[in-house]
Ligand binder design. Structure first.
Ligand code: MTE
Ligand code: MO
Length: 539
């Protein structure tokens, strides 16, 4: 065993050493070749998607397919899915799954090359089929990109397997001379080729992804400008906002506004070719181009929208100044038939919402086809070129982004996207309130401390906010003068502290006198209930 460190000894020795190396040489390089080939296929397709307008990302297409395969009732699985992190996780999952399957395919292909060809062709068919489902992608480019991926992957697979099998064959020889001459070198060639491939995958994939992200970035489409509304709202008065450091602003800037949707990549809609159709149970079907929509009398209003997935105390809620066309005006010119009890909003990517016609037509609220957000054209992430904003309803039943169709139908005929997945069909926003300052777990100085936050009950309006400390008596907080019943309010209470740990709790009351319940419920199926409570330390 004195010669253990000598590679020549290892190569020469019969039995265990060379045997284990041989099986190692058989399985691992083949698996590595397969995994790298998957990387090449994916990187090539991401690069094509990044470079060619209308070429779909295969990773995103397969991710969307996975999303669309959610079983009915998978509501717990999908609570808060579609936050940015979950989308990243889904992309990573798709890539990791592809790499693992391809590693196995590599092992099979080491024995029989045609098995590798079959595996990569199957991947190409799956990815191509998934990409063809994307209504925004060019069909030819979807198929073409899948073909590019398969060919690039196979070239890498067969090339690397060729190197790996030379290495294995030479490594397995009993001829000491040949073994001394070759295995280290061929192994090294395989390793160099693998490392080079990996480097290429990282660069090509990285460039492709960055280009894709750039194309779908939350940019305001530069050519579009929204005209000033005929009816502009006055600027907010001084007493409409509270000046407590750290409090959530009354109006959330576009870049900070929460974003929730099922789109793995925000649809990039061309306003020059986009159309909005009004269809179904109406007297006169209507179609609007973007310019036609902008030429109509525009209206603006503050509306607080909220996501049904928002947990008590969380931030999937926001208030913005929306500019748009009155939905009622559009429906009146379309002539809604009496039996049309539901309005369905459909997006360019096939997402749907549904809400009662009666809710939209009620005199006390003004649903709109919004084209502007805080006096900017809608950002891509928030639905450019147009979206629905319906005061008082959770986003998943009302706030269709990238709107393409408004269909009048019956309540029974259509379920919106989330309804078969276990979420309520009727979904008014529940009364909620949140403590923003101090933050949960914070240590505050002794003395008088401002407790502050926001409370919402669109579109009933918040009339009262109360705070209690350590389950003591409820104390009325000061609230900002409401902008409208459709918007949230800020609230604050000056608290004279005592040392130690304290529980802070908030509740709101809406204009009908209903006090926010303290009975906790999950977000599914119709929104989270319960009071926001936090714990703070007074130093
Ligand atoms: N096209 C489309 N519109 C959509 C969604 C979607 O997945 N696709 N999600 C809805 C949900 S669940 C919510 S809460 C709101 C969020 O709007 P925001 O991202 O502008 O905040 O958009 C709604 N509109
Ligand atoms: Mo939502």
């Amino acid at each position: 065993m004195a010669d253990r460190g000598d590679p020549r000894a290892a190569a020469r020795a019969p039995g265990r050493v060379s045997g284990s190396r041989r099986s190692l040489a058989g399985v691992w390089p083949a698996a590595v070749a397969g995994a790298l080939a998957a990387g090449v296929a994916i990187a090539a397709s991401e690069l094509v998607a990044g470079l060619a307008q209308g070429a779909p990302s295969l990773v995103a297409a397969i991710g969307s397919l996975v999303i669309s395969l959610q079983p009915p009732g998978a509501k717990d699985l999908v609570v808060n899915l579609f936050g940015t992190n979950d989308k990243l996780a889904l992309n990573v999952l798709v890539v990791v799954a592809a790499v693992i399957v391809a590693a196995l395919a590599g092992i099979l292909a080491a024995r029989r090359r045609w098995l590798g060809v079959v595996a990569f062709a199957a991947f190409g068919l799956l990815a191509g089929a998934a990409a063809l489902r994307d209504p925004l992608a060019s069909q030819a480019l979807a198929v073409g990109n899948a073909a590019v991926a398969v060919i690039a992957g196979l070239v890498a697979l067969l090339g690397l397997l060729g190197l790996a099998s030379t290495a294995a064959a030479r490594g397995g020889t009993d001829d000491p001379e040949a073994a001394f001459r070759s295995p280290e070198w061929t192994r090294r060639r395989f390793l160099i080729a693998s490392a080079g491939t990996l480097g290429g995958v990282i660069v090509a994939g990285g460039v492709g992804r960055s280009l894709i992200d750039m194309h779908h970035a939350d940019a305001v489409v530069s050519s579009s400008k929204i005209p000033a509304p005929l009816l502009a709202v006055p600027p907010l008065a001084v007493d409409q906002a509270l000046a407590v450091p750290g409090i959530t602003p009354l109006v959330i800037p576009n870049g900070d506004f929460y974003k929730i949707d099922t789109a793995l990549l925000a649809p990039r809609v061309d306003p020059a070719t986009w159309k909005l159709d009004v269809t179904g149970m109406i007297a006169h079907p209507l179609t609007f181009t973007y310019d036609e929509l902008l030429a109509m009398p525009l209206y603006e209003q503050y509306v607080t929208i909220a996501c049904v997935s928002n947990k008590v105390g969380d931030h999937l809620v926001g208030n913005a100044l929306w500019t748009g066309v009155r939905l009622k005006d559009v429906l009146e010119s379309a002539g809604v038939q009496p039996g049309a009890t539901q309005i369905v909003g459909r997006s360019v990517d096939g997402f749907t919402v549904g809400f009662p016609t009666a809710w939209a037509m009620a005199p006390e609220r003004e649903p709109m086809i919004a084209v502007g957000m805080n006096r900017q054209p809608l950002p891509t992430n928030h639905g450019f070129p147009a979206r629905l904003i319906v005061p008082g309803l959770y986003g998943y039943v009302s706030a269709t982004k990238w709107l393409s169709e408004i269909q009048l139908t019956t309540r029974e005929a259509v379920d919106g996207y989330w309804v078969p997945l276990g979420w309520a069909k009727d979904a008014p926003i529940l009364t909620q309130s949140r403590i923003d300052v101090p933050t949960d777990g914070a240590t505050v100085r002794s003395g008088v401390v401002d407790i502050a936050g926001v409370a919402w009950a669109p579109d009933r309006g918040v009339t009262r906010v109360e705070v209690r400390i350590d389950n003591g008596p409820w104390q009325a907080a000061r609230i900002s003068r409401p902008i409208s019943t459709a918007t949230w309010v800020q609230w604050t209470l000056a608290w004279t502290t005592t040392p130690g740990a304290h529980n802070l709790e908030v509740r709101a009351t809406d204009s009908s006198g209903d006090v926010q319940t303290d009975q906790l419920s999950d977000p599914a199926p119709d929104g989270a209930r319960g009071h926001h409570r936090i714990l703070v330390m007074v130093a």
